[in-house]
Design a protein around this ligand. Structure first.
Ligand code: F6P
Length: 496
């Protein structure tokens, strides 16, 4: 990507909460930036940000606000949902999380049962923070049980000690099949391990927006941590869904996590569009779509601790914005590209060949952390190598290399952002997640998409029911209203 002549180089380094964004390798000149900001203004981005934080019903299809920001509103300034301040209820849950996190002495294992938004956030946080040098940890084994595949269940039950295990069932709806089935299986295991009814009762906890369903499942009311329908599942790690963070690393660390996100919210609400990191990040993607028709986007954290980050982002971006109609049901020109990624430098030895020389141009967000993640004697040198790889990849992708041999030619002009975190701790992890949450919502505005519903996940769930019944009945199946001929043939392959 040949940079513009110096005089034309627009500002490319921006800061929010000590996080740096360098967009220089996007190859966007001053004129293009101006037109991107004009586009953002005509999409009413500023009005959307105000509406989002004011609790307006930005989730129009479900007629509700999207107020995950209230969950990290540590100042407790009132946040009104339909005229009622939600902060007292939010603060009450904080107090209960704090009390619980001080109480769990002698617990060896926590089985956190949840999937999608009820899994990725806490799983990422537990994994990422485990790598923070000197972090205070209670040293519990945190098991995340999401998949209905009993491989995961089996692995966890082999390791957990039933008499000192606590179980947290996390489900906004409390109807998700994987979660309720896995919860029943874990209760069955506790019983089979000789735990009494009352011991099981004491070991079960729930985090949900459907308190009656959790009670009906058998979780006692004092063990239920509520959240609310104005929090989207994939935006919910800031609620009691993030309980494992407080249990493992203490309530102060959980608060730091919220504080990092709050700092980004503060920036997002107040910074002009020209300095606003989530807006700038969204606009760089929009530019690459509009100018170069890109269809995929990669996020590569040069930090092993953030290996789960791309998986978290996949749900956030693609479940939020992977849609082909706009808020009015009209076809959109652009929407969410395919999101993928994994930690560098490992990723270099996997799909970077395609990033450098493949036919498709794929914009990348590189994420780097200034400080090494260990105190080992090799830490400084290895970290220098890690960072040099990150910088070198971005440069190679942007500038390419011309040679006489087409096989050794790198086309270049492959855009990327660089995000630099001062260090990885709970604060900057919270800030990083909030940056991308806010970016996702801005992309939704730019594409005129509702980023807070996910109707596309329903059809498959409905169809799975008759198919399961057919698989359970080993008779030969014929196509019917619910099962087409190809699927009937496939069921018969399993049943034969
Ligand atoms: O995959 C669909 C989905 O509804 C996600 O939006 C959500 O994060 C996940 O399932 C789990 O839902 P719940 O928290 O209600 O169990």
């Amino acid at each position: 990507m040949s940079l513009n002549p110096a005089s034309e180089n627009p500002k490319s380094v921006f800061r929010a909460a000590d996080i740096v964004l360098d967009s220089a390798y996007q190859g966007i000149d001053t004129k293009s930036w101006q037109s991107l900001f004009a586009q953002a203004r005509s999409a009413k981005v500023e009005q959307f940000i105000a509406d989002l934080f004011a609790g307006k019903h930005v989730n129009a299809s479900e007629d509700r606000p999207a107020l995950h920001s209230a969950l990290r509103n540590l100042d407790q300034k009132p946040v009104l949902v339909d005229g009622k301040d939600v902060m007292p209820a939010v603060a009450d849950v904080w107090h209960r999380i704090e009390a619980l996190s001080n109480k769990w002495v002698g617990v060896t294992d926590v089985i956190h049962i949840g999937i999608g938004g009820s899994d990725f956030g806490p799983r990422l946080a537990i994994e990422a923070l485990a790598h923070v040098p000197d972090i205070e940890t209670r040293g519990m084994r945190m098991h995340f049980l999401a998949n209905i595949d009993t491989a995961e269940l089996g692995r966890i039950l082999q390791r957990a000690l039933p008499h000192s295990t606590r179980v947290i069932i996390v489900s906004k709806s409390f109807t998700t099949l994987e979660t309720t089935k896995n919860a029943k299986a874990v209760v069955r295991w506790l019983k089979d391990s000789g735990r009494t009814e009352s011991q099981i009762h004491n070991a079960l906890f729930a985090v949900t927006a459907n308190v009656p369903a959790a009670k009906a499942f058998g979780v006692q009311e004092e063990h239920i941590y509520p959240f609310w329908d104005w929090v989207g599942g994939r935006y919910s790690v800031w609620s009691a869904v993030g309980l494992p963070i407080a249990l493992q690393y203490g309530f102060d660390t959980f608060k730091e996590f919220l504080a990092g996100a709050q700092a980004i919210d503060q920036h997002y609400r107040t910074a002009p569009l020209e300095e606003n990191l989530p807006v700038l990040m969204a606009l760089t993607l929009l530019y690459q779509q509009e100018q170069h028709g890109i269809k995929s986007f990669a996020v590569i954290p040069y930090a092993d601790a953030l290996d789960w980050f791309p998986k978290w982002l996949q749900q956030l971006d693609m479940e939020s914005n992977g849609k082909s109609v706009d808020r009015n049901g009209k076809p959109v020109q652009f929407s969410c590209p395919v999101v993928f990624g994994s930690s560098g430098s490992n990723a270099q030895h996997s799909y970077f060949q395609l990033l450098h020389q493949g036919k498709e141009v794929i914009p990348i967000d590189f994420i780097a952390i200034r400080e090494p993640m260990s105190h080992l004697p090799e830490a400084k040198e290895h970290h220098r190598i890690l960072l040099s790889n990150c910088l070198a990849q971005a440069q190679a992708l942007a500038n390419g290399k011309q040679t006489d041999n087409p096989n050794n030619t790198y086309p270049g002009k492959r855009p990327s952002n660089l995000l630099i975190l001062p260090k990885l701790n709970a604060f900057y992890l919270g800030a990083l997640l909030a940056l991308y949450e806010n970016r996702a919502t801005i992309l939704g505005v730019l594409w005129n998409i509702n980023s807070f519903d996910q109707p596309g996940v329903e059809l498959g769930k409905v169809l799975a029911k008759p198919i399961e019944a057919a698989l359970n009945n080993s008779a030969t199946v014929a196509a019917d209203a619910n099962i087409d001929a190809i699927t009937a043939q496939r069921i018969n392959l399993f049943n034969s």
